[in-house]
Design a protein around this ligand. Structure first.
Ligand SMILES: NC(=O)c1ccc[n+]([C@@H]2O[C@H](COP(=O)([O-])OP(=O)(O)OC[C@H]3O[C@@H](n4cnc5c(N)ncnc54)[C@H](OP(=O)(O)O)[C@@H]3O)[C@@H](O)[C@H]2O)c1
Length: 299
């Protein structure tokens, strides 16, 4: 049976994750995106009126105050965007009998448990960003059991540069690049995330909290080194394919504390959807071949 065509409204629509969800889901559904310039979710009147004016079966929140260091100093704004506005969305969606799909982060954990983290593990965020994101997901989950909060980690995708694009850019011209070698997690390919979450577009699917990222784990250094290896294999000219290691303690510019080990266990997602995320290396290879090698050969 053909799935029903749904009205999906995506906020923070120009973001890395939101853009990939929109491009994937608009093939089957009526997708509307609102970017920050069209709607500031931190303005409660604007938020209410923007949602009042549009039909939606599914509301997706891709908007967040994601600058982890700035969150430490702009605490009120971080709480407004990452928690208060999210609570308002959750209530409005619930009143409209719509499902909210909201995104959270591995930074709700302090990184001290040396094993993959499940949805049952107690979050103890070390940063203000992590604290406000935890408040946001709690507001979502306590408002309506149909709503979904999805924790992701190290998101990469074509809409907006991330760590991986930055290291590739540097390695094109610099003969020495380095990255942190004592912080571990798993990357999340935004385009894969659209596929993992598609089952939750069906109203009969279960709400709740889910961990979603590609499988396997790595340090930032290993992640960067794999990107350079794959880029070189795809024919992208590089000044180096080596990534030197530095420690987190070396990163004096970091204001917020970063968790050291936050690998998310995705077995609940796999049990619920029947989808096991592919290894991060395979997803990264796809990304580099599709979005970097083609650009490189065009230039
Ligand atoms: N990126 C990661 O590695 C990572 C890791 C773990 C969890 N997450 C979570 O994943 C979700 C998506 O992240 P992402 O990587 O897609 O981040 P992103 O590319 O920075 O997207 C966030 C979007 O929110 C928008 N935004 C910020 N403040 C807003 C406001 N007041 N009103 C409306 N829109 C606003 C931003 O607009 P501007 O660009 O104009 O500011 C941006 O387009 C977030 O919930 C984030 O916490 C991300």
């Amino acid at each position: 049976m053909q799935d029903k065509k749904l009205d999906i409204l995506i906020l923070g629509g120009a973001g890395r994750l939101a853009s990939s969800l929109a491009s994937a889901w608009e093939k089957k559904h009526n997708v509307t995106t609102l970017s920050r310039t069209q709607l500031d979710i931190g303005n409660p009147h604007q938020l209410e009126s923007a949602l009042d004016q549009r039909p939606f079966d599914i509301l997706v929140n891709g908007a967040a105050f994601t600058n982890v260091d700035l969150c430490e100093t702009e605490r009120e704004t971080a709480r407004l965007i990452n928690a208060t506005a999210v609570g308002q969305m959750a209530k409005i969606a619930s009143k409209r009998a719509a499902r909210l799909i909201h995104f959270s982060t591995d930074y709700v954990f302090d990184g001290s448990l040396p094993r993959p983290l499940t949805e049952e593990d107690i979050p103890t965020p070390a940063s203000w960003y992590g604290k406000t994101k935890l408040e946001g997901e709690e507001l979502v989950l306590s408002t309506d059991p149909r709503h979904i909060a999805v924790r992701v980690s190290w998101v990469f995708g074509p809409a907006k540069p991330s760590f991986i694009d930055a290291i590739l850019k540097r390695a094109r011209t610099e003969s020495h690049v380095e990255a942190v070698n004592d912080k571990f997690s798993s990357p999340t390919y935004a385009e894969d995330c659209a596929e993992w979450l598609a089952p939750f577009l069906q109203p009969s699917s279960n709400g709740g909290l889910y961990h979603a990222c590609n499988s396997g784990s790595c340090s930032w250094r290993e992640y960067g080194a794999k990107a350079l290896e794959l880029a070189a294999a795809a024919g992208i000219p590089l000044a180096t394919t080596e990534v030197g290691g530095i420690t987190l303690a070396h990163m004096k510019q970091f204001v917020a504390p970063r968790p050291v080990y936050t690998l998310l266990d995705t077995s609940k997602l796999a049990r619920t959807t029947g989808i096991t995320p592919r290894p991060w290396e395979t997803a990264l290879k796809d990304y580099i071949q599709t979005h970097h090698a083609s650009l490189s050969s065009a230039s």
